[in-house]
Design a protein around this ligand. Structure first.
Ligand code: ATP
Ligand code: MG
Length: 392
């Protein structure tokens, strides 16, 4: 039986005049992800994208798997292709929906008739097809309010389509529709989740990571690269900036009071991130911070880090518990990589007694006692770029 895939657009259907640009962006993202699976033709109408495989060998379950990770999709399903003829529709419908209807207790039929020239009107299609289904599956009952299964018939220009299953999509907005932001990506659990959450809002992510060899190992960097690659399944291609941070950390250690190490380090991370963001047209920074999680993530500490920021800092995990963040990291399959045991530069030279309620003027005074500018410039210039695209 010939099948196609239907994609229902998500929240962007609520957009006004620029709805079309969101839909185009989503179609572009979908085409880019499916291209390697074979040839497809695409047709869009009434907030739905119709994807028809042009190649016999395409496995639709691969298509569904990829669609499940594309933001901007509310729901998707496979549908069977029928002639525009009621007897063909009912015969194919019985066969195509047999498994799902056998296992259900209640159902209803809905119909969409885009081709107004079709000889039956929607209520008639529903009533007739409902009758045919009840004859074949007498254990079923019709429930129009809360059915277990909704069988949908769509009558379009060239064919009719029948489907009975709706798979929930990833939701959100198409990646790229909200502009670009730079994610401070450590090897931990939280920042990949933060990147995922902003990508869900349509933000195209770039990543920045700070390394301090020899205090941090090559394997720590490789781990973050692995995280980046994993994130591309949801976020699309990611430019990855790797910043040499050793000299800056050593300078902090040699010139600043120990209790302020972490906050000053984070301010310098933000400074470098902003310079890279400006160069690459990223409009905001993203971190995996959550209020109160560690000493550098108290509100007072965030006041001190944000004081050096000229662009917004998004912290999508800010109000989440660790268990909630872990749940998402398992869902997006970053958890096992994040929990590999390599050192992050944040754990190098950690103060024994970090200030949990630092005062901005004390931090500024401590930081200003040393001229970090040449080291900042050197770190920016020494930053290495790699790009990751989603796995084929
Ligand atoms: P994560 O689980 O994301 O590592 P965390 O709970 O370990 O977070 P911190 O180590 O305090 O928290 O880091 C807070 C945030 O700072 C991280 O979420 C990340 O956005 C950023 N960050 C920390 N270390 C690095 C690094 N080496 N490179 C880039 N960003 C970093
Ligand atoms: Mg960390």
């Amino acid at each position: 039986m010939k099948e196609i895939v239907l994609v229902k657009y998500g929240e962007m259907v609520l957009k006004g005049l620029n709805k079309k640009s969101f839909e185009d962006m989503l179609a572009k993202n979908i085409k880019r992800r499916l291209k390697v699976l074979g040839k497809f033709s695409y047709f869009s109408a009434q907030s739905t994208l119709y994807i028809t495989p042009q190649d016999e060998n395409i496995d639709l379950s691969d298509v569904l798997e990829r669609l499940s990770k594309i933001f901007g999709i509310a729901a998707f399903c496979r549908a069977c292709v029928c002639e525009k003829d009621f007897s063909d529709i009912s015969a194919k419908c019985l066969e195509y929906t047999a498994d799902i209807l056998s296992g259900a207790k209640t159902f209803k039929v809905t119909s969409k008739r885009a081709d107004k020239a079709f000889c039956m009107k929607s209520p008639e299609i529903c009533a007739e097809l409902g009758g045919v289904i009840l004859d074949k599956f007498p254990h079923l009952e019709v429930d129009v309010k809360n059915p277990e299964v909704t069988v949908t018939v769509e009558i379009r220009d060239t064919n009719a389509y029948v489907h009975a299953e709706n798979i929930k999509g990833a939701g959100g907005l198409p990646v790229g529709s909200s502009g670009k932001a730079l994610l401070l990506l450590s090897g931990g659990i939280d920042s990949p989740v933060a990147g995922y959450m902003m990508a869900k809002r349509g933000v195209h992510i770039e990543a920045i990571h700070y390394v301090s060899p020899p205090y941090t190992s090559d394997r720590a960097q490789l781990k973050v690269e692995q995280l980046c690659e994993k994130l591309t399944e949801y976020c699309g291609g990611i430019a990855f900036h790797c910043v040499p941070f050793t000299e800056i950390q050593e300078a902090i250690k040699d010139n600043c009071p120990e209790e302020y190490f972490t906050i000053i380090m984070r301010r310098l991370m933000m400074e470098i991130a902003q310079r890279i963001a400006e160069k690459d047209n990223c409009l905001a920074l993203i971190t995996g911070e959550s209020v109160g999680q560690v000493a550098s993530q108290t509100m007072a500490a965030m006041v001190c880090t944000d004081a050096v920021c000229r662009i917004p800092v998004f912290r999508p995990c800010v109000g989440m518990d660790k268990t909630e963040i872990i749940e998402i990291s398992r869902k997006i399959d970053t958890f096992d990589i994040s929990t590999l045991p390599y050192e992050d530069c944040c754990t190098v030279f950690t103060p024994r007694h970090p200030k949990v309620r630092p005062r901005l003027e004390d931090i500024e005074k401590a930081q200003n006692s040393f001229d970090f500018e040449p080291l900042i410039q050197k770190a920016v210039e020494g930053t290495q770029l790699k790009t990751f695209s989603f796995p084929k």
